[in-house]
Design a protein around this ligand. Structure first.
Ligand SMILES: Cc1cc2nc3c(=O)[nH]c(=O)nc-3n(C[C@H](O)[C@H](O)[C@H](O)COP(=O)(O)O)c2cc1C
Length: 221
């Protein structure tokens, strides 16, 4: 494919993506498309490769219904989107946490030790460079990273003709309490980052309104 065609295709996918307010509940997502969308989340980059995330795909009808009262921004997705995802961010990800050991040993296939140069480098990065020294900053650092898979999933979806809606319109305490009471999350280990619905639109793409490129990009020579 020519470079120009590729550019056009990529930008078209971005123009076609919009926060879908009305989904057609009768139109399911092709299973292979859905697998590709999730795969683009899995392949997303993360700080040090520690993947501080998990994604709950809520298919349970009763739960979707329950969530409506505590997630005002998700009502459209809960009613019409074929897939509904709640993204979780991991808590207390530090050089000697069990999750880091798991990733190093089981995913990266490397030996793990708290005193290894890698562990100590990560410790220095968190504590000295990024000042990630308390629970709240550590959680927010993990949450920030979960937005990378969000963007990747939405762009992949758009490429495949699947619509999406990112969602922060919910009461975080109530949603976390609900998921915890359902036994789906352990609040000592994870918290909710965002929600996102995927499906097929039952509306037209609104006109995209954005700041001009000169307003958001400053070239420093
Ligand atoms: C982090 C984030 C949270 C959002 N939360 C909601 C939400 O709760 N409900 C909703 O309908 N749209 C939500 N949106 C959609 C935005 O309003 C929308 O992306 C923005 O207005 C730009 O429009 P566009 O995505 O259609 O181009 C959210 C978007 C982002 C990135």
């Amino acid at each position: 494919m020519e470079q120009e065609q590729l550019r056009t295709m990529i930008l078209q996918a971005h123009k076609n993506r919009f926060a879908t307010k009305k989904f057609d509940p009768t139109q399911p997502i092709d299973e292979k498309d859905w697998t590709a969308i999730l795969e683009s989340a899995r392949l997303s980059p993360s700080s040090f490769g520690y993947e501080p995330w998990k994604f709950l795909v809520i298919e349970n009808k009763e739960m979707k219904n329950d969530l409506k009262s505590i997630a005002w921004g998700a009502v459209n997705s809960l009613e019409g989107a074929d897939k509904f995802v709640i993204a979780l961010a991991k808590k207390d990800i530090v050089y000697n946490s069990p999750h880091v050991q798991h990733i190093v040993e089981d995913v990266l296939g490397l030996p793990y030790s708290e005193t290894s140069p890698q562990s100590q480098f990560f410790k220095k990065f968190q504590e000295s460079d990024f000042k990630l020294t308390d629970k709240s900053s550590l959680f927010n650092w993990a949450v920030k990273q979960t937005y990378i898979p969000l963007a990747n999933m939405m762009t992949t979806a758009s490429f495949l003709g699947v619509d999406s809606c990112p969602i922060e319109g919910f009461n975080i305490d109530l949603v976390e309490k609900y998921l915890s009471e359902k036994g789906l999350i352990n609040l000592k280990e994870v918290g909710v980052a965002y929600m996102v619905g995927f499906g097929h639109r039952a509306m037209d793409v609104p006109v995209k309104k954005r700041q001009a490129i000169e307003e958001i990009v400053e070239i420093i020579k």
